[in-house]
Structure formats: structure tokens, C-alpha cells
Design a protein around this ligand. Structure first.
Ligand code: 5GP
Ligand code: MN
Length: 334
């Protein structure tokens, strides 16, 4: 953001009294970490601020400070609307199109208050008054760190804010190993560690909380359901609703499953198809190098994301969605 634009942005934040922070559908570690870090920071500035999520998020993200105050729009629409109707500024974090917040998007679009987009995904839509956007940032949490520092608030980053930011930096980088990781990522982590947070504890809170069912679902998905497409460096896993129910599927149970086939030598694209209760197939795409799954998900699956990690959906049957993908896979690899 240019310096003059940042000054206007800073003024908008500092003069706002009642703000709302919204993050994307099915919030992940970066979505909740960035939202709660910004929430805790604005609280320290004595602001009235509320986090609204469009729908439920996994249990393993429910330990961050401020979590109890989060309003779930799907479960408490009335409360969410009453907060939205009183707000004077809306932050949208870790997404860049109102489609990503489903029904909440139709409401937010019509609210006539300034909107802020803070995000690192490709190709943002044109809905915001302020864009704090960088596709090179490894996570929205990295951008929230920059924002807090830019607003002169570095000293206000305590253990709680640092734990939220660490969560998003860790989860969106596959524990600091994706191509999005830079020297800057590690410098930010270094600063966060100075607050006294313990990486091992945060890692365990996110990753060592599997139920036995979740672990067995992972085993089943890899041993029984993974297919490597003939003559292509492509692997996919397709899970039916019935299979998910047999393993007592809970939100977040398939998070990370899509990445496992990368451990097979030569695999460059991994895809996970999940049949959902919502009546569509949720699809996750992951790629290596220059293979652009954001473009692919946008073109064929009403989705998007990053060049190497994107999501989308299909309204076909599970078999139909898989066959269509197999038909397109050779072109994607080229
Ligand atoms: P995941 O496959 O883990 O759900 O998502 C991978 C990345 O793509 C995340 O950064 C996520 O925010 C983004 N993403 C997932 N689903 C969608 C979608 O339907 N539309 C768009 N635009 N982005 C998505
Ligand atoms: Mn993110």
C-alpha cells in the first residue's frame, strides 16, 4: 500500500468506533488466527470490535483468546445482523470475494460502511475501500503483523496476539515449508517468539488433537481411496458422504489429507474430493512449481485460492466430478 493510502487507511481504523471482522467460509488456522489477532489488537486500542464467521470452524482452533466472543452467522444470524447494522467499518480477512462468505456476502455487500480487504489470495474482487493485499505474503497473519507494526502497535503484541499470528503463519505454510516462506516469514516468527509463546505447544494444540476416528479416516483415505492417475504425476482421493459418516466426520477432520500424496516421488498435483452435507462436492487442489491451481479452480470449479493451493466445488455426483477432473488433468500438468 502506498504511504498516502496507508495514512488514510490508518485514519479510518483509528477513527472507527464499532468495527466488524469477517473471515471466510469454513475458517482455517490463518482465518481464525488473523481475525482474532486483529480483534485482540483493536481491543487494546479500546475499540468496540466483533469477529463474525460465516459458519462453524474446527475444535482444534478453539483455544485462541477471544474465541468465545466470536459470532457464528449460521447459528446466530440475528445477533450477527444486529452487530453489522451498528458497525462503521468492516474488515474482510483471508478472502477476496463475497462469494467466499456465502449468504453473509449478500448482506455485507449492501451495508454502506467502508470495507477493508486484508488478504494474500490471487485476483481480489473490487469491493473494498482499502486494500492491504499481497500475494507474496505467506499468510494473512503475516499481513496483520505488518499492519499492527505499521500502526505503531508492535509493543502491544502480547503472548495471546502472538499465538494467533503464529497459528496462521504455521498452518498456511505447512509448518514453514511451502514456497511462500521467505526470510521475512522467519523474521516475523522470531519477533513473535520474543513474547514467550512456545512453538511446540501451539503446534500440538493444532496438530496433536486427532480423534481416533480422524486418524483412521486418514489411514483409510491413503490405503483404500488414493488413486494415481495413469501416466500423470497426479494423485487424488475421493471420499463419499457415507464414508465420512462411518468415521464420524467432524469439521476439520480432512484438513491436510490432500497433501499426503506429495510424499510419493514425482507427484506434482494432489486433489481431494469430499462429498458434503451441503449438497455439493468440495474440492481441494494442491500443486508444485508453476502449475497454477488457482486458475484451474476458477476456470472449472467456481473456486480460487493461491497458485499452489486452491479450492472449489462441483454440483455433479462424486463420480462425475472425479471423471471430469481426470479429463482435465493432462492439460493442467502441461
Ligand atoms: P482448501 O483446499 O484448504 O479448502 O483451500 C485452499 C486455499 O484455497 C485456501 O487458501 C482457501 O482460502 C482457498 N479456497 C478454498 N476453497 C475456495 C473457494 O471455493 N473459492 C476460492 N476463491 N478460494 C477457495
Ligand atoms: Mn490464508
Amino acid at each position: 500500500m502506498r504511504k498516502d493510502s496507508f495514512l488514510k487507511f490508518e485514519k479510518a481504523i483509528k477513527s472507527s468506533k464499532n468495527s466488524v471482522i469477517i473471515t471466510h467460509w469454513s475458517p482455517d488456522g490463518d482465518a481464525m488466527g488473523s481475525s482474532l489477532a486483529l480483534y485482540l489488537f483493536l481491543k487494546k486500542l479500546k475499540k468496540n470490535v466483533t469477529v463474525i464467521v460465516p459458519n462453524q470452524y474446527p475444535e482444534f482452533l478453539k483455544w485462541m483468546k477471544g474465541d468465545k466472543q466470536v459470532i457464528n452467522f449460521a447459528e446466530n444470524e440475528k445477533k450477527a445482523l444486529s452487530v453489522l447494522n451498528k458497525c462503521d467499518l468492516i474488515f474482510t480477512l483471508d478472502f477476496n470475494s463475497f462469494k467466499r462468505i456465502e449468504k453473509l456476502g449478500e448482506i455485507v455487500e449492501k451495508i454502506k460502511v467502508p470495507k477493508v480487504l486484508i488478504d494474500h489470495h490471487q485476483q481480489p474482487d473490487n469491493y473494498a475501500d482499502y486494500y492491504f493485499h499481497d500475494v507474496k505474503a505467506c499468510s494473512t497473519c503475516e499481513l496483520i503483523y505488518d499492519l499492527i507494526v505499521g500502526l505503531g502497535g508492535k509493543k502491544l503484541i502480547d503472548k495471546h496476539i502472538a499465538a494467533c499470528l503464529y497459528t496462521g503463519l504455521m498452518t498456511d505454510t505447512g509448518s514453514f515449508r511451502y514456497t511462500s516462506v521467505t526470510a521475512k516469514t522467519h523474521l516475523v516468527i522470531g519477533e513473535l517468539l520474543k513474547t514467550g509463546i512456545v512453538p511446540e505447544q501451539i503446534h500440538a494444540a493444532i496438530y496433536d488433537t486427532y480423534s481416533e476416528d480422524r486418524m483412521r479416516l486418514l489411514g483409510y483415505a491413503l490405503s483404500e481411496k488414493m488413486t494415481i492417475v495413469k501416466d500423470l504425476p497426479v494423485a487424488y482421493i475421493a471420499l463419499t458422504n457415507k464414508e465420512l459418516k462411518e468415521f464420524n466426520f467432524k469439521k476439520g477432520d480432512t484438513e491436510g489429507v490432500v497433501n499426503y500424496p506429495f510424499s510419493i516421488k514425482g507427484i506434482k498435483i494432489c486433489v481431494l474430493f469430499n462429498e458434503s452435507d451441503e449438497g455439493y462436492i468440495k474440492i481441494s487442489f494442491r500443486s508444485k512449481g508453476k502449475i497454477d491451481v488457482n486458475k484451474f479452480a476458477r476456470s472449472y470449479y467456481s473456486g480460487g485460492g493461491h497458485i499452489n493451493a486452491a479450492g472449489g466445488r462441483s454440483n455433479e455426483s462424486l463420480d462425475g466430478a472425479v471423471s471430469k477432473f481426470i479429463g482435465l488433468a493432462a492439460d493442467l500438468v502441461k
